[in-house]
Design a protein around this ligand. Sequence first.
Ligand SMILES: [Zn+2]
Length: 384
Amino acid sequence: MNDNKAPKISIVVFIDALGWEVLKGRHFMETQLPFRRKLRSVFGFSSACIPSILTGLMPRQHRHWSFFYYSPQTSPFKPLRILRLLPRSLVDRGRVRNLISKMIKSLYSYTGYFQLYNIPFEHVDKFDYCEKSDLFKPGGMNQGENIFDHLSRAGVSYHVSDWRDSEEQNLEALKSDLKKKDISFALLYMASMDALLHEVGKESPQVDEKLEWYEKQLDEVLRLASEQYEQVRVFICSDHGMATVHTHIDLMSKIEELGLTFGSDYTATYDSTMGRFWFHNQGARERITELLELIPLGRILPLGELQQLGCDFEGDQYGEMIFLMDAGVLIVPSHMGINPITGMHGYHPDDPDSDASLLSNAEPLNDPQAITDVFHLMRAESGA
Ligand SMILES: [Zn+2]
């Protein structure tokens, strides 16, 4: 026994979109991490899944789901409406939108991930945004407590990546803390797999290259950790997988062809995989429902199913009606993007491509089955 070593560290590595089906047929870290299981995801995008991983709660409970929700009374975006007067060719450019998003983030002191995406400025004053605070800090949740609330209350000395930094920076920061030996729990955040999978799809050889890179980097982290700690427990987890897009649908135009008025008859927001609707009169509700029922590529989610999925919200916060596309069907254009892409997630959790993964070098405690169980795993590992 080396007296200089600290007793134990648990390292949780979060790799965004490292789905169970993405890993299928690949041998990513099989020797180092022989305990492998799929985890059921949570219905929604990363904006819903990550809060569930960090809290163990369903979206209904932590109240994070899709970024934008109808709330004209509380909308902080009224001043942005003026931008509707600028030509769309200018304000719809990704770079311009990023710049405006950055300005708002700083003006409003948002510490969370803020991105305007493609929400039309004409209607932006009708929406509020759900991730104003940093999820990776104590007090970051809209409702409930996250792992960082527990860690700080328990006085655990831990490391967490800054999600604003690059993967390289996050690796360096972790390694530097490991060398100091004064932490017993670490959460490493790796985000760029998601962007790659969106761009090239899960079958691409570029995904193999990226996995090789992760393996090399994480081997180095493991090696360094074993030099400093007697026992090193490592868990790689993800939030969801990635489906390959095979069909596009212009849902927005279909709704607009009904001739109803956005804002006075209904309000809608179009995420990449779902349309979410609020109705301001019965006629609009009936006509939109009728139209959606005739679209074969998706379906209206009944309330009972939303309840089972943990996505039934108080006051129908995220939509009075949710129309979800079948896996592989992409809404183009949407309020999340105007360009078609190869991979997408945010489909039904029953779809195999939605499944997330948990890989580890030790049998995970408490038999985790879903991404919400990663929270309980982190609590058990950290002793918080
Ligand atoms: Zn994504």
